[in-house]
Write a protein that binds this ligand. Sequence first.
Ligand SMILES: C[S@@+](CC[C@H](N)C(=O)[O-])C[C@H]1O[C@@H](n2cnc3c(N)ncnc32)[C@H](O)[C@@H]1O
Length: 176
Amino acid sequence: MTGREVVILRIGHRPERDQRVTTHVGLTARALGAQGMYLAAADKGVVESIADVASRWGGSFFCEDNVKWRSCIRDWKAHGGVVVHLTMYGLNLPDVIGDVRLHDKILVIVGAEKVPGDIYGLADYNVAVTGQPHSEISSLALFLDHLSNGTELNNKFPGAQIRIIPSKAGKQTEEL
Ligand SMILES: C[S@@+](CC[C@H](N)C(=O)[O-])C[C@H]1O[C@@H](n2cnc3c(N)ncnc32)[C@H](O)[C@@H]1O
C-alpha cells in the first residue's frame, strides 16, 4: 500500500437503475486500493452491500451516501486534496498520470449519466481513459491501476474473515 489517500465521488446515481453499477464502482475502488466512496445520492442498499463485502473480505473501505457533491469537492480541496474527474473528454490517461501521481490526496469523480457542466471546471484534472465511451467501472479500474503502477494488485486486506488461496484450477478459500 502507498500512503496515498484516494476516495471516489460517485455522482448522478439513480437508485432505481444504478444500484448494481454503483456497488461495483465501490467494490472496484476497494479492491484496487482506494479508501472509500462518497455517494451523491441517498441509497442505503449500496452502502450496506459494500459494508457487507468489506466486513467479510477485510480492509477499512468506507461508503457514505447522501453527500452533497459541491461541498464534498470544496472540503476536499480545502484539506489540500486534488480532484480528478474521469471523462472521455479529458486529457488521455498516459499524458497526465505522471502529474497526478505527485499528489497524495486524490478525489476521483465518476458519473452515471451526463455530469453537471461545473464539474469540468472544478476538477484539477479531467482524465480520459481513451477518448471512447465505455463505463465508470472500467475507467476507474484502469485509472487506479495506472495510479499505483500495478502495485495495488498485491494489496493486503487486514481483518478479513475469508481469503482466497490462489489456485491454478478450482476454488480454494480459507476461513480466518
Ligand atoms: C456511462 S458514462 C456516461 C457518459 C455520458 N454520456 C456523458 O456524456 O458524460 C458514465 C461515466 O463513465 C466514465 N467514463 C466513461 N467513458 C470514459 C472514458 N473514456 N474515460 C474516462 N471516463 C469515462 C465517466 O466518469 C462517465 O461519467
